[in-house]
Design a protein around this ligand. Sequence first.
Ligand code: FES
Ligand code: FE2
Length: 359
Amino acid sequence: MTGENLTTLSSRFYTDPAVFESDKEHVFYRTWQYVGHVSALPEVGSFLTVRIADESLIIVRDESETVRAFYNVCRHRAHRLVDGEGCKSRFVCPYHAWSYALDGKLSQAPKTEEVPGFDKTRIALREVRLELFAGLMFVNLDDDAQSMADVFVGLEQELLAAKPALSSMKLIFKDQITHQSNWKVSVENFSECYHCPVAHRYVTSNLYSADRYRVTIEDYVVRHFSERLGDRETHGDLYVWFLWPNLAIELYPLHRCISIRHFAPITPRTTVYTYLWFVDPDLPDDAVAEVAQLGETYRGTNGAEDEAIVAAVQEGLESRSYDVGQLVIPPQLTAQSEHAVAHFQRLYAQALGVGDSST
Ligand code: FES
Ligand SMILES: [Fe+2]
């Protein structure tokens, strides 16, 4: 693929509502989707609700401390069971008060004792596959999907070798930016650093080198690396693992903290970009404050810069003047290369079952 002339996806893939529906079906309802770090569910009954495209899910720690996922849909007449997050001993539906235990089984349903043949032991919330992966929780709505260990071969060990404390990290900052762009525009923008020296002066002057940036592709994982500018001993370098299709785990060169980046598709032209910053539990307070400060600074620098870029790209994709462009992939795969964009588009075409998505 190196040095090839490759074109981008045709613009309709970023604008057509029918393509967006197909993306949900072929990508988001069949791949492993990040739903949080285990620290979000500290005790029995801790739960959170998440959306995977149009589907709402409950993630909960049950009585046996197992983390489980269920569709957030009451089995009676389909009311949403719960909102937000918190801690509960059972879930009571706000419509007719059917209640469910933490393992999803129906425990009470008012007046049903009087209904002949009503067997509450046969009713339970519909469960969704959930796997823990280096302290991160992932769900997959496809019952036949390969396990995470089979999709991301060797990756859990690699992540834990790079950051042994991954599952005990502490969340210290979280923010979201709504991108006015299709989710693929946002992910493709994340996948290359060709634009970094042009658009990201703050991070490439203070944190890591734009020249030493390298991106390597391998099946469902894309790795990014760059050297920390300045004190590499204290802060380490930048390592990024991008997991198909919409999650990045970054070992970030500021006190070796972890930054998680997630792209959630909302509409064909809206994507919510969430970024979370985690630190080692024993990191000194002044260092924690520095990482939290970067979280704040990020919004006004890199975050705002990418937000403006993706909105301007989406506008161009809507133009009648544009259909396909050309990717820049020099043979040496330097920092200024878009090979990971090509790789993303290849995985996308494969997911949709189309050979050539430039048409
Ligand atoms: S829909 Fe939930 S109890 Fe009726
Ligand atoms: Fe960027």
